[in-house]
Design a protein around this ligand. Structure first.
Ligand code: NAP
Length: 178
């Protein structure tokens, strides 16, 4: 496989595997917001068109790529891509060492087959239904770090920051390479 940016999915996921009820992110966790801001600062990001529009005004000092089927979509910042493979090519051409997929559910699902790394915030609450995060089979993914934080006065839910790695040796689909 030729060299390409590391593909990282970054998400906050409920205890029952959802990222949203369908109407925005259903928790308010300042520690997670800061972790997301710090991790993605100055980085190349890939966002589904719906999440990109939800996060309008947020992309200063970042390089957003917007995943859409539309050939005419014109975002106010960043560039449009039609596939994860194209996003990897654009980020590589821009000199990115890593591309962070920031959701939502469709974008995570499209990127998961090519992902190398997951940075997940496990949130202690359950949602029951909503937009799911893709499965993370323990046979494919190895947890390499974890930090736990209890609920407190400013966090209604306990949360854990966890990183998972999928060894590059694992067979990836051909369109994940450049
Ligand atoms: N908890 C978290 O960490 C987190 C993070 C981010 C977002 N969210 C939540 O996730 C929800 C949105 O997720 P979502 O699944 O509805 O939408 P999404 O993934 O943000 O965006 C979906 C759109 O992306 C484009 N798209 C998706 N797959 C594509 C593909 N393979 N090729 C080309 N274009 C593709 C399509 O745009 P067009 O319709 O323009 O073709 C599609 O309508 C929101 O509630 C948001 O708050 C949660």
């Amino acid at each position: 496989m030729s060299s390409r940016p590391v593909l990282t999915l970054i998400a906050a996921v409920s205890a029952d595997g959802f990222i949203s009820t369908g109407q925005g992110v259903p928790w308010n966790l300042p520690r997670d917001k800061e972790h997301f801001r710090r991790t993605t600062r100055s980085q190349w990001l890939l966002l589904g068109r719906r999440t990109f529009e939800e996060m309008t005004g947020w992309f200063e000092d970042r390089h957003p790529l917007v995943l859409t089927h539309s050939p005419v979509y014109a975002p106010p910042v960043g560039e449009v891509v039609a596939s994860v493979a194209e996003a990897l090519q654009v980020a590589a051409a821009g000199g990115a060492a890593e591309l962070f997929v920031c959701g939502g559910g469709e974008a995570y699902a499209a990127a998961m087959p090519c992902a190398d790394r997951l940075i997940l915030t496990h949130v202690s609450s359950t949602l029951g239904s909503g937009v799911p995060f893709p499965d993370v089979p323990p046979t494919e993914w190895r947890q390499t770090s974890r930090e736990d934080f209890p609920a407190d006065a400013t966090h209604a839910q306990a949360l854990s920051f966890a990183t998972y790695e999928r060894p590059r040796a694992a067979a990836l689909p051909a369109n994940c390479a450049l």
